[in-house]
Ligand binder design. Structure first.
Ligand code: ADP
Ligand code: MG
Length: 325
């Protein structure tokens, strides 16, 4: 039986990495300071996200799988949230519709927690249990009831690579949160959550990166644009753009405009066909940026493209000139 939830699930759940993204975003929304992500075999049979956030009481835990069961304020300053309002309260319902989900959750200072099992969108059981404060969501056997979609997944190692990339971006986006990422029982990343972007970078790229980066920290009062982060020295340059991470107002984005300003500023600094390494946080008034309405998309558009391009180009150029290789 093909339910409306299974159809809607396609909007949110494309692959295991999209499940991880939604679960971690919920953990972040619940003000967690520590989040653990564990996967097995590319996340297809097993994903577990554990947080130390606000948790849910029994009623919320029972209802969180209902479509539009969002507890989040609908008038938000976060443009991304406003843009994806149509998708608010869809994620857990969509994930449960195509998998076997288990939740353990306990609100802070509450004496007991709740354990909920949901298979294919149907609540199987709700029980009071003892469990740590915060929330653990386990998602098993993605697409077990939609074999046609299961067939479209790639090999476990490829799906795992999508998840690893995603977790790396989440770590770089949130230096204030401690992340642990475990793939097939092996610890891959562990960030301290001490708030320092360079520590977050080191937890993803390793200690050697410290000597190969240049800090950049600039802002422009008139436009409200600011740029903070690290540029890689030529030793970090690669033949592709995989190591360019841009965050706009705290969200990971892809932007050809940002890539172009970064690359143009590096012209004559790098060998031919090499792309600069960079981790850059851009903040800009929300009125000056537009994001694609689909929650899974990460493309941004700037209202004043010329201004953003030239400020960022100029800041990077000046930084490179002040730090001769
Ligand atoms: P949304 O995030 O858009 O509100 P979701 O379907 O992702 O919708 O989640 C539904 C609701 O379940 C959330 O609004 C929140 O109240 C609750 N919830 C989900 N995950 C967590 C979590 N990790 N900690 C606390 N509450 C959660
Ligand atoms: Mg959500």
């Amino acid at each position: 039986e093909f339910t409306i939830n299974q159809i809607a699930a396609g909007e949110v759940v494309e692959r295991p990495a999209s499940v991880v993204k939604e679960l971690v975003e919920n953990s972040i929304d619940a003000s967690s300071s520590a989040i653990t992500i564990e996967i097995k075999d590319g996340g297809i049979p097993f994903i577990r996200v554990t947080d130390n956030g606000e948790g849910m009481d029994q009623q919320d835990a029972r209802l969180c799988f209902e479509r539009h069961a969002t507890s989040k304020i609908r008038s938000s300053d976060d443009l991304y949230e406003i843009r994806s309002l149509g998708f608010r309260g869809e994620a857990l319902a969509s994930i449960a519709a195509i998998s076997q989900v288990e939740i353990f959750t306990r609100p802070r200072n509450s004496l007991s927690g709740t354990h909920v099992i949901n298979h294919g969108g149907n609540v199987i059981s709700v029980q009071e249990v003892g469990c740590p404060e915060g929330t653990t969501v386990i998602v098993r056997n993605i697409f077990y009831n939609t074999p046609a979609r299961l067939k479209f997944l790639k090999a476990p190692r490829t799906e795992a690579a999508y998840i690893s990339d995603l977790v790396a971006k989440l770590i770089l986006a949130h230096p204030e949160i401690s992340f642990r990422y475990i793939n097939n029982g092996k610890a891959v990343y562990h960030s301290s959550g001490n708030g320092d972007l360079l520590s977050a970078i080191i937890s993803v790229y390793g200690r050697d990166v410290r000597e190969q980066v240049i800090k950049i920290d600039r802002s422009d009062d008139k436009s409200g644009l600011s740029l903070y982060g690290y540029l890689g020295r030529p030793s970090l340059a690669r033949m592709n753009r995989n190591h360019q991470s841009f965050f706009v107002n705290g969200r990971y984005v892809k932007s050809s405009l940002l890539s172009r300003s970064l690359e143009d500023a590096h012209r004559s600094y790098l060998p031919l066909h090499h792309f600069p390494w960079a981790v850059l946080h851009i903040s800009i008034p929300t009125s000056q940026v537009d994001v694609n309405v689909h929650p899974a998309k990460t493309e941004v558009r700037f209202r004043k493209e010329e201004e953003v391009y030239s400020l960022i180009f100029q800041w990077i150029r000046e930084t490179l000139e002040a730090h001769p290789y």
